[in-house]
Design a protein around this ligand. Structure first.
Ligand code: SF4
Length: 238
């Protein structure tokens, strides 16, 4: 068995175990390439794992188009969770639409409102959740495990692609005809909200286009635990 075949077999086995031992479990898809690999595996295997996406209100049109692409390709409708309108309105009224450029605290507060709070709603009542994170993606992900405890949400978190390289991801996508976000062909290896993501140059780190005005160590949205510690989300008012 080739390394790639073993990687795929191990990942399928992990997903099957999650479906049978951690039900109800859900997969949080950002609709990026890694997440499409997991979407393909879950849906083609008919696993009992729900798939949802956080629609922050600031996504690229190409990312939103992925919801329709998945529906057309797999006949599956990804559940969409949106932020609370009152919280978004209050943040914008008090700080401005793009206040996340002003400081890490302002950026994390925007992520808290648009991502962290809706994620909490999506995970209510679940035993485990799944992400498409990979260890090689960022300085904040070097100790990422396939299975880990998530103390922030009181459940188990799985990162089935933790051991995958970027090349592994694209080999799987090409060989299996998996639909993917058109931005990946325009210099965006990592995709988030439109105002917080830019294309990168050849040779740049794959996460260099995310919150590019910040230090690499602060570049997470508060959805994840980093190096065993919960990333603090500071309230602007605190
Ligand atoms: S990525 Fe940017 S726009 Fe999206 S929630 Fe975070 S700060 Fe707000």
């Amino acid at each position: 068995m080739s390394d790639q075949s073993k990687l795929i077999a191990d990942t399928r086995a992990t997903l099957s175990r999650i479906a049978s031992e951690f039900s109800p479990a859900v997969f949080a898809s950002s609709l990026a390439a890694e997440d499409m690999v997991l979407t393909d595996m879950i849906l083609k295997s008919g696993l009992d794992i729900g798939i949802f996406s956080l629609e922050t209100g600031r996504l690229h049109k190409e990312t939103l188009a992925m919801l329709d692409k998945v529906k057309q390709h797999y006949g599956y409708e990804i559940a969409v969770y949106k932020p609370q309108a009152e919280a978004v309105d209050a943040y914008v009224a008090q700080n401005g639409l793009n206040a996340f450029y002003d400081s890490v605290e302002m950026r994390k507060e925007c992520c808290r409102i648009r991502k962290v709070e809706p994620l909490g709603r999506a995970l209510l009542g679940k035993k485990a959740w799944i992400t498409g994170q990979r260890r090689a993606q960022a300085a904040t992900r070097t100790s990422l495990m396939v299975e880990e405890d998530d103390p922030a949400h009181f459940m188990t978190k799985f990162n089935p692609l933790a051991d995958w390289s970027e090349e592994d991801v694209w080999t799987y996508i090409r060989e299996n005809g998996v639909p993917y976000n058109a931005l990946h062909d325009q210099g965006y290896p990592s995709i988030g909200c439109e105002p917080c993501t830019r294309a990168i140059q050849p040779g740049e780190d794959v996460r260099a286009g995310r919150w590019w005005w910040e230090n690499p160590e602060s570049k997470e949205c508060g959805l994840h635990v980093v190096d065993g510690k919960l990333i603090r989300i500071k309230s602007v008012a605190a």
